[in-house]
Design a protein around this ligand. Structure first.
Ligand SMILES: *Cc1c(COP(=O)(O)O)cnc(C)c1O
Length: 360
């Protein structure tokens, strides 16, 4: 296994050593001990503050994909309708997941280098009448950030639940779940919270709980069994006390820094990344800087390079960045500057490596 001194992968991000102490502690049983239920409640309150919601917060084991699947299965029964707002791979993914589950799915699609068009989403929603509209706040493979307010209002207008994947923006940019009418919001531990990929976090509105009661999905990844945790002092399974302790350290660090300062640090690092990239002649993948996410920057693989050769040239110099998937594989690469990696000094070192590699 190789370690890279300059880690700028857009998740999983590097875990600060001060959080790692959580894994060196022997805890009691998370099923039985009052301390764990107290920790769960404290983390819920911190997540509510971070994500701008007064609705429920559920924290489960398993990284973010578990709650992407679990929330779709919990909110929709086979035969229900899901409209996926998609300007990237994760947006499209919700339609694929739904179809695999026997849920009817349509997409309101836009190009991967741009943002969804709310007018087209509204038209699609009015004709398809979905039970759930899904959207992705930060499309990590594309490096874009989708404004959520208009989409949330469309969901309200058509009586659909609004499900938002903010896995790679939550903690690095304001999510404002309630102001954006988000009924189900999804976050993972390994992006801007700078933890290993071990926890999923979801926000669930009263309307969403009602749907989940109607669907009544049962399974390891079901949301409903968590509705009265921690009040009922019983967990659906043995929870991950170590990760929950590390989550508390991470959330507390954000509160100590001040959420606005944390978000500003992400924006500054992102702006610096793009400015330095422009200076080296790298081409931004999104159509304009205005639609870029503060947590990740996507660029075209430079002319004259294959992704493999470029990636190897960076890695031999100690820098790891992100490649891509699907239609963007081999063409677009990403610099992740979220969580612990939203650090201007680290980013400067990384961009210096890219500059050196491009000279050869
Ligand atoms: C990282 C991420 C996920 C979770 O996927 P992983 O398997 O953890 O990579 C989901 N949605 C988005 C937008 C992400 O960036």
């Amino acid at each position: 296994m190789r370690e890279y001194p300059i880690g700028l992968v857009p998740g999983p991000v590097s875990v600060p050593k001060k959080y790692a102490q959580a894994w060196l502690t022997d805890f009691g049983s998370s099923d039985l001990e009052a301390d764990f239920f107290d920790l769960y409640a404290r983390n819920q309150a911190l997540v509510q503050k971070l994500l701008g919601t007064k609705e429920s917060v559920v924290i489960t084991s398993g990284e973010a994909m578990s709650i992407l699947w679990g929330s779709v299965k919990s909110a929709l029964a086979p035969g229900d309708r899901l409209l996926a707002v998609a300007s990237g791979l994760f947006g499209e993914g919700f339609a694929d997941m739904a179809r695999a589950l026997g849920i009817k799915a349509e997409t309101a699609a836009a190009e991967y280098d741009s943002l969804p068009d709310p007018q087209r989403v509204r038209e699609a929603a009015l004709s398809f009448r979905p039970h759930v509209i899904t959207a992705v706040h930060c499309e990590t493979p594309s490096g874009t950030l989708t404004p959520l307010k208009d989409l949330g209002e469309i969901a309200l207008e058509v009586g659909a639940l609004f499900l938002v994947d903010f896995v790679s923006s939550g903690g690095g940019a304001p999510v404002d779940a309630d102001a954006n009418h988000i009924d189900i919001g999804l976050l993972g531990s390994q992006k801007a919270l700078s933890l290993p990929p071990s926890l999923s976090i979801s926000t669930i509105s009263a309307r969403a709980w009602d749907s989940m009661k109607r669907v009544n999905y049962a399974g390891y990844d079901a949301c409903l069994p968590w509705i009265d945790v921690p009040a009922k002092v019983c967990m659906p399974y043995t929870h991950d006390w170590h990760s929950m302790t590390a989550l508390n350290l991470s959330l507390s660090a954000i509160m100590e820094e001040g959420m606005d300062n944390t978000f500003a640090r992400h924006s500054r690092t992102a702006a610096l990344c793009r400015e330095l990239a422009r200076g080296m002649g790298l081409r931004l993948f999104p159509v304009s800087e205005a639609i870029c996410s503060p947590t990740v920057s996507a660029f075209h693989v430079p002319d004259g390079w294959t992704w493999e050769a470029f990636d190897a040239a960076l890695r031999t110099r100690g820098l790891a960045v992100g490649g891509n998937y699907g239609p963007l594989a081999g063409k677009v690469f990403r610099v992740g500057h979220m969580g612990s990696q939203a650090n201007e000094e680290l980013l400067l070192r990384g961009m210096e490596v890219i500059k050196e590699a491009l000279k050869k």
